[in-house]
Design a protein around this ligand. Structure first.
Ligand code: SF4
Ligand code: SF4
Length: 62
């Protein structure tokens, strides 16, 4: 499985990562992206890494 994490210090709050996530587990909370869904659903597709202009995402394979 994959574990996605988002560095809130890097997130610029653009919201661009939310809709493209195929697992629909990303959301905006107080203008920062967070994993608002079931983190275990992350597919490790790295779409969020490719989209994020701030390099806020890290994906680890467990
Ligand atoms: S790696 Fe893919 S499935 Fe996981 S959070 Fe990023 S966009 Fe969503
Ligand atoms: S794409 Fe990056 S900067 Fe934009 S909301 Fe998502 S994590 Fe934050």
């Amino acid at each position: 499985m994959f574990m996605v994490s988002i560095n809130p210090d890097k997130c610029a709050g653009c919201g661009s990562c939310v809709d493209p996530c195929p697992a629909k587990i990303l959301g905006m909370v107080d203008d920062k992206a967070e994993v608002t869904g079931d983190a275990a659903e992350c597919m490790g597709c790295e779409t969020c890494i490719e989209i994020c202009p701030s390099g806020a995402f890290t994906i680890m394979e467990l």
